[in-house]
Design a protein around this ligand. Structure first.
Ligand SMILES: [Zn+2]
Length: 251
């Protein structure tokens, strides 16, 4: 048993999650509010256990691993890690995710430039075995395939300046009802309903229409606060990708 902050977890998890295990543990717990065993809400300082189920397809050498976690009071359940083989397991198409729209300011020699930006991160954890044997995020691999670029810095000015266009297979679609969607191929990965009566939403929609592109900042291990997105861990763990995405207005 290992302990990160006040969370106990099973040693065997590290064999699967590698260098980001401690961060995975914190992230998995930060999204939970109540004990999966007794149902009582957590309070600050509670001693907790992380229980993880890793599901693999029968072709484990090349396949992906899907992680499901739950959190309990340590008095209710000890930490646990289980590996399950599921014949014919396919990449999940539903997952927990979180996104946010914002407008970033970029100061250039020509003055201030406003950049409509979408942050999007997947909370569900799926890894694939990369060439060389290291496990890597299945979603990051997919974004790189769409032409996103890996960012090793969390600095938003650097991100604005270095983000290049992604492939046309990835699009930002805006509907007449002001729903903003991110599409990868045929797959809609995220939707966010904006409200024109909110002046920030209205400005975002206007900028997206005028610019014809948005900045997309995607990844895993993002930490959202009420006012900003913390990208340090994502940059450090290689789970931060960036790109400029064309906007298409659906009629
Ligand atoms: Zn409990």
């Amino acid at each position: 048993m290992r302990i990160t902050d006040n969370i106990a977890w099973d040693d065997r998890l590290e064999e699967f999650k590698g260098r980001d295990t401690a961060h995975y543990v914190r992230t998995a717990v930060s999204n939970e509010r109540a004990c999966a065993d007794c149902g009582q809400p957590f309070t600050a300082g509670d001693e907790l256990s992380l229980l993880v189920l890793a599901q693999q397809g029968d072709d484990a050498a090349n396949g992906f691993t899907n992680y499901q976690s739950s959190v309990c009071h340590r008095a209710c359940q000890p930490p646990n890690f289980q590996v399950q083989t599921v014949p014919g397991l396919a990449m999940p198409t539903e997952y927990d995710s979180y996104g946010a729209r914002t407008i970033l300011k970029n100061f250039t020699a020509f003055g201030e430039r406003l950049v409509p930006t979408m942050f999007f991160s997947v909370l569900t954890n799926v890894t694939v075995r990369a060439p060389g044997g290291e496990r890597t995020s299945a979603y990051i691999s997919a974004y790189l395939h769409d032409g996103f670029q890996l960012s090793l810095t969390p600095d938003l000015t650097d991100i604005i300046n270095h983000a290049g266009p992604v492939k046309d297979t990835f699009r930002c679609v805006i509907t007449p009802d002001d729903i903003v969607a991110l599409d990868s191929g045929e797959h809609r990965i995220y939707t966010l309903q904006l409200d024109r009566k909110d002046p920030h939403d209205a400005q975002w929609l206007d900028l997206a229409a005028t610019n014809g592109t948005i900045l997309a900042v995607l990844g895993e291990n993002f930490a959202y606060t009420s006012t900003s997105v913390e990208l340090d861990a994502a940059a450090e763990l290689g789970t931060l990708v960036i790109g400029t995405v064309k906007v298409r207005h659906d009629s």
